[in-house]
Design a protein around this ligand. Sequence first.
Ligand SMILES: O=P(O)(O)O[C@H]1O[C@H](CO)[C@@H](O)[C@H]1O
Length: 290
Amino acid sequence: MSRDMDSKNTFTYEDVEMIANHILEKVKCRPKLGIICGSGLGKLVDLVEDKEVLPYQEIPGFPVSTVPGHEGKLVFGQLRGKSVVLMQGRAHCYEGYTPQKITLPVRTMKMMGITTLFVTNAAGGVNKKYNIGDIMIIKDHVNLAGFAGVNPLVGVNDEKFGPRFPAMSNAYDLGLRQLALAKAKEIGFSDFVREGVYSMMVGPNFETVTECKILSLLLVDATGMSTIPEVLVAKHCGMRVFGMSLITNVVISEYDSPAHANHQEVLETGERRSKDLQQLVAAIVADLDL
Ligand SMILES: O=P(O)(O)O[C@H]1O[C@H](CO)[C@@H](O)[C@H]1O
């Protein structure tokens, strides 16, 4: 397929179909479950057996992540007896990509037959009760980037993907959230697994103190720089969505505090909690109906 796809910022239905077929010609696996791994969470691929790996560079049009902690590979294989594809790393708008480009992999997964999407991310804890290392099951989001016009669904709408005005009141599937909470309890994780609201600002800077105070007033529990565009596109094309944030740091909400957020802390927390996250994802996937 032509590498012209790489310079595109928006993709037609036919473009996405071509990219999906290109991938399916290269791998034997035919998954129904897709998992996007957030910053420092790429070790989730350790759960996968019979791996088939495709670097994003080899997939026409796919944005290549430039951020440490995002490998940039599509990993197919078996996870607890189910065929899956993991995105080991994602691209973000702050890297200079359009919202349509960073969500191309989601539409491509849909076209490859994925019906359920798990999104994971590293996030800063806004809720004062949250501790570093907690896992937050996402029950809803506040699309702050969307308030500023950053939304992958802006533009001409092709009904073959989904409706012009998709509902978002049920973005994070209730059944999957209940399954995740039940599994967390079963494996003894209830003390550090919570349910809450995620928000996204474009980044790449971390939030100011006043911004953190505003997030709290907006009922946000954890904040990051990703995920929401992927969820919007996944829901638009009819996928079932489940989301989890690892609280890698707590946001700074006191003026004149000497502390500051940094990506190294984000990656270190991801590393420290990777086994727990793997255990929870494995337990959920084991009982998932696909
Ligand atoms: O959302 P993910 O990709 O997990 O990454 C989060 O971690 C990075 C900041 O440390 C930002 O990219 C933020 O979005």
